[in-house]
Ligand binder design. Structure first.
Ligand SMILES: Nc1ncnc2c1ncn2[C@@H]1O[C@H](COP(=O)(O)OP(=O)(O)OP(=O)(O)O)[C@@H](O)[C@H]1O
Ligand SMILES: [Mg+2]
Length: 252
């Protein structure tokens, strides 16, 4: 098992590099590559991932890697860093979600519930035609999905390409919001920080916090998403009122 484990993890390039360097960069990677996460990667490297190439993004709670799938396509692999998750912050999006009503939640397993929730949300959105990365696989704290971008670069975040965008993009985002509402889920963290732009189209990402429209926080979150889009519109010289957007979404 030990040899098998090492051999498979040779295909996890950031880990391999770290090992070769004698774990010098432990500060950067130490908490990402804890034993449980490596074991989870082990499973996925047998199943859906061929090679984990490099991190695309390393944020507060998650590291996203570019990877190659067994079928030769690029993948994005979102890995929640077990030690970085904030129990209180996440609980309020899980409590009140009927889909997880019977799941026992503890400080230790909340990260796994969160990843499952994100994967499930991604699936529901994808099945309802929302332009989100297609979910591919998941295990423990790791989500495998379609990679948006090309060989040389991942798709940029909307906030970084605002000046090159046509005004239409606002209406395209509202069209995605409408599909999300029709899917019965409220995104809850929609902004130029969670929208990728590729071939002039918006891709909605980071759907972990999305809640069913029956959730006690649903309307509050929807109102915030709408405010964010109205403000985003202003920045692009598209002047909309909250009520107009809510009407377009079919909620009033
Ligand atoms: N499918 C994807 N294809 C290409 N890039 C992606 C994909 N998913 C995520 N990314 C990149 O990774 C970044 C972080 O992803 P995401 O927004 O889902 O995580 P996050 O929860 O905001 O992470 P954190 O809060 O830790 O920063 C994105 O801003 C984007 O640059
Ligand atoms: Mg994000």
């Amino acid at each position: 098992m030990k040899e098998d484990f090492d051999e498979i993890l040779e295909r996890f390039v950031p880990y391999k590099e770290r090992k070769e360097k004698g774990e010098e960069d432990k500060k950067t990677f130490g908490d990402v590559f804890d034993r449980r996460t490596l074991l989870a990667f082990y499973k996925l490297l047998k199943r859906s991932i061929d090679i984990v190439e490099f991190p695309i993004s390393s944020g507060k709670e998650a590291v996203v890697f570019r990877a190659l799938g067994k079928d030769g396509n690029y993948l994005a692999v979102k890995t929640y860093v077990i030690t970085r998750l904030n129990y209180k912050g996440l609980s309020k999006f899980i409590d009140g979600d009927d889909r997880f009503a019977n799941v026992h939640k503890t400080k230790d397993n909340i990260v796994f519930i969160w990843a499952r929730k994100e994967y499930r949300n991604l699936k529901t959105f994808h099945q309802n035609g929302v332009r989100v990365p297609k979910p591919v696989d998941m295990w423990k704290n790791i989500i495998v999905m379609e990679y948006v971008g090309n060989e040389s670069r991942p798709a940029p975040l909307m906030k970084d390409v605002m000046e090159n965008l046509k005004k239409d993009i606002i209406f395209e985002i509202i069209a995605e919001m409408k599909k999300m509402v029709n899917a019965g889920l409220i995104h809850g963290d929609l902004s130029e920080y969670n929208i990728l732009i590729w071939n002039e189209k918006p891709w909605i990402i980071d759907v972990g916090q999305a809640v069913p429209d029956t959730h006690p926080l649903a309307m509050q979150l929807l109102a915030r998403d709408v405010r964010n889009i109205v403000n985003l519109g202003k920045k692009m010289n598209v002047h909309l009122k909250n009520e107009e957007v809510l009407k377009e979404l079919g909620v009033i």
